[in-house]
Design a protein around this ligand. Structure first.
Ligand SMILES: [Mg+2]
Length: 168
């Protein structure tokens, strides 16, 4: 249930053209620790280039974040990305809203995020393929500490099952 479709280090390890060839037409993106650092709402040039490359091959992007609107909106507008805040992942409703807004079937939308218990679980519950990334930094707080610890085994098992070169 928690094994992702792809296991990558960074979003930039995914090849947009290969994703398109695999039938992906939209990406539903987690924000914190996937696109940006927790307390720095800017994206790196590499990630901006990746988003542009995805758009150029015909893949549309939407941010689907559990954060509040006041954190998601300024970021998304600056990056010219459509967005959904307070998505309540791992509940799948935010993802469903996103793919409906993109007018794409679920199987052609790839969820991309750094957390097993929100991004991967939500994608699986919602019926989406999902790429699990490595978080940029380890968060503070006990609930993150517990989740990140539980993720270690899941990531290890996923790496064994998927192999090293699993990204398209
Ligand atoms: Mg995250």
């Amino acid at each position: 249930m928690l094994t992702p479709t792809y296991l990558v280090s960074r979003i930039t390890d995914l090849d947009p053209a290969a994703l398109y060839a695999a039938g992906i037409r939209g990406v539903l993106l987690d924000k914190d620790n996937t696109l940006t650092h927790h307390h720095d709402p800017s994206v790196t040039d590499e990630i901006r280039d990746w988003l542009q490359a995805a758009e150029a091959v015909g893949i549309r992007s939407m941010v689907v974040s559990n954060s509040r609107q006041k954190r998601v909106r300024p970021f998304a507008e600056r990056e010219k990305l459509d967005w959904i805040a307070l998505a309540c992942k791992p509940l799948p409703f935010g993802f469903w809203r996103a793919s409906r807004r993109l007018q794409l079937p679920r199987r052609s939308c790839l969820v991309i995020g750094d957390q097993c218990f929100t991004d991967v679980l939500g994608a699986k519950l919602g019926g989406y393929p999902v790429a699990l990334t490595t978080p940029f930094e380890i968060e503070h707080g006990w609930s993150f500490a517990v989740r990140r610890r539980l993720e270690i085994g899941i990531r290890r098992r996923a790496a064994r099952r998927l192999g090293k070169e699993n990204a398209p």
